[in-house]
Write a protein that binds this ligand. Structure first.
Ligand code: PEP
Ligand code: MN
Length: 335
């Protein structure tokens, strides 16, 4: 529920409404606006009776929000959220952010050479997995802390923040020692306990869409993080499962403008996992930028044919340079 105050309401009247909402056992989030203040009611499971609230001095009207998410919605925060990572800004009105690097960190050589090349080509953030959620237990599972150390060192050497996946609560402290952005992977999008924990941490989160998640489920997952106190969330479309098998997943491009209608959070696209095919990465990354994504995440490897994970969809160095040339062209066109 959203309680909209009258234009001329006083801060005393706002405080009174907040007190009453809290007495009812809910959280009250004061949302200042250019013209009037609104108060978001969070924590109610069901419809909240509004008769008593409507009678309070200074209250204009009440909007009942029945969606499974509130804090992530534009109803609660009409202004766009810009997530800052050091000096970098991700969100509406900022140049699209490019996150690039190997699927998995495999060796110092591999991650340092990739970091250098992607940085030189214009990427802003270095990606690389150290804890890998692989479909089979016999597949490479990642280098763990050794991988985190290499990733962080390669990031520092090239002046790039790093993003890496955390798969469970028990890994959080360790991953936080090295990561500038915590990635929640598609398979963990509905690991609600993990979402609640990253919500308590002051670190940006890259939340990937679950492969079978609807847009409402995706936003409800982000809501878990915001409710717990962390609003530095970047959403990522990485393709969904459909009947089509020619691509690894189906890249749902409409989700970009649609999420921008529904939510104030930034959204980026990951054409590597969305297509599973390196030749499709450049056109689909470009498409993402054209429909308004706030950034792109792509997998890059010095020798994709030898990669320990996701080589088929990884760009080699010349491929990444070409991608950056094309993206730069389209980013300039949009300005
Ligand atoms: C990844 O980024 O390497 C990854 C495993 O992504 P997703 O969770 O989208 O499959
Ligand atoms: Mn991967």
């Amino acid at each position: 529920m959203l309680i909209v105050m009258q234009k001329q309401s006083s801060s005393k009247e706002v405080d009174q409404v907040v007190g009453i909402v809290e007495n009812l056992g809910f959280q009250a989030k004061v949302i200042p606006g250019a013209e009037r203040v609104a108060i978001g009611v969070v924590g109610n499971q069901d419809y909240v009776e509004d008769a008593a609230i409507l009678r309070l001095p200074g209250v204009s009207h009440v909007i009942h929000v029945t969606k499974p998410y509130k804090l992530v919605s534009r109803d609660f925060s009409p202004e766009n959220t810009v997530v800052t990572i050091g000096e970098l800004k991700v969100g509406e009105g900022c140049p699209p952010v490019i996150m690039a690097g190997p699927c998995s960190v495999e060796s110092e050589e591999q991650v340092f050479s990739t970091a250098e090349v992607v940085k030189k080509a214009g990427a802003h953030i270095l990606r690389g997995g150290a804890f890998k959620p692989r479909t089979g237990p016999h597949n490479f599972q990642g280098l763990g802390e050794e991988g985190l150390k290499m990733l962080s060192a390669a990031g520092k050497a090239n002046n790039m923040p790093v993003v890496t996946e955390v798969m469970r609560i028990g890994q959080l402290d360790l991953v936080c020692k090295y990561a500038d952005i915590l990635q929640i992977g598609a398979r963990n999008m509905q690991n609600f306990d993990l979402l609640k924990e990253v919500g308590k941490i002051d670190r940006p989160v890259l939340l990937k869409r679950g492969m079978c998640a609807t847009i409402d489920e995706f936003l409800a997952a982000a809501e878990y993080i915001l409710v717990a106190g962390n609003s530095r969330v970047i959403l990522c479309e990485r393709g969904i499962r459909t009947f089509e098998t020619a691509t690894r997943n189906t890249m749902d491009l409409a989700v970009v403008p649609l999420i921008k209608e529904k939510s104030h959070l930034p959204i980026i696209v990951d054409p590597s996992h969305a297509t599973g095919k390196s030749s499709l990465v450049m056109p689909m990354a470009t498409a993402g930028i054209v429909v308004g994504a706030h950034g792109v995440m792509v997998e890059v490897h010095p020798q994709p044919e030898c990669a320990l994970s996701d080589g088929i969809q990884s760009l080699d160095f010349p491929g990444f340079n070409q991608l950056m040339e094309q993206l730069t062209y389209y980013i300039q066109l949009k300005r």
